[in-house]
Design a protein. Sequence first.
Length: 238
Amino acid sequence: MKTEVRRIRGFTLVELLVSLGVVAVLVTLILGGLKTVRSSASGAKCLSNLRQIGSGTMSYLAERNGVLFPGKFFFTASFETDGGMRDYVGYDFSERTSQAPSSVYADTLFTCPELKSQTREKFQSPMLFNRTYTMNEYAMAAEDGVVKSATTHPGRTSRIPSLSRMMLIMDGSATVGSTSFHTVMNPSFVTRNFVFYPHNKGQNVLFFDGHVARLTEEEIRKPSNPRSFWGKLDMPES
């Protein structure tokens, strides 16, 4: 009786290479999709942070008859020397007391997760609350006890050109070569390229009326932005 021999056919080299190529493409697509989802989640978290900071700031200003911040440290507690709005969003302790938990150096409301992830290797974060957000310099009424000039600084909300157009807080900025984020920024920081654009080449911006919007680098730069955006009273409106 003749024995039938069955030949088992394997993959050819070409078929194997094609299969590996397809797998590589699929992995790339999946990883790209995960990165997009993660970035979108970080962007949503950042927007939520800024809205909560905005809500706290509105309450802070309302109790002070519209007088703006007495210093550049918007993230400090209101009972400190240059009091900010921190206790208006739930952080009601002083970091100089034993009441301050170790979590003050963890990501908090003052951390833009997307910006931090993009600058992790460049910036260390020993700073309080891992703060990345930066305040508009013209949101200060005074600094170190000295009242700002009424020619340049509004000083109070009633003198702001447009509450819905004046920037209060942005994602963040830092001097080239520095290891920490600025506490305040002004138009010169934009022209000197100290500003980051972490959200799809844009910045999330909190305005004085409490709304938050994403602005592109082009929108923030033109032409160093008009007076209404910064609130710098001697800046010409374009």
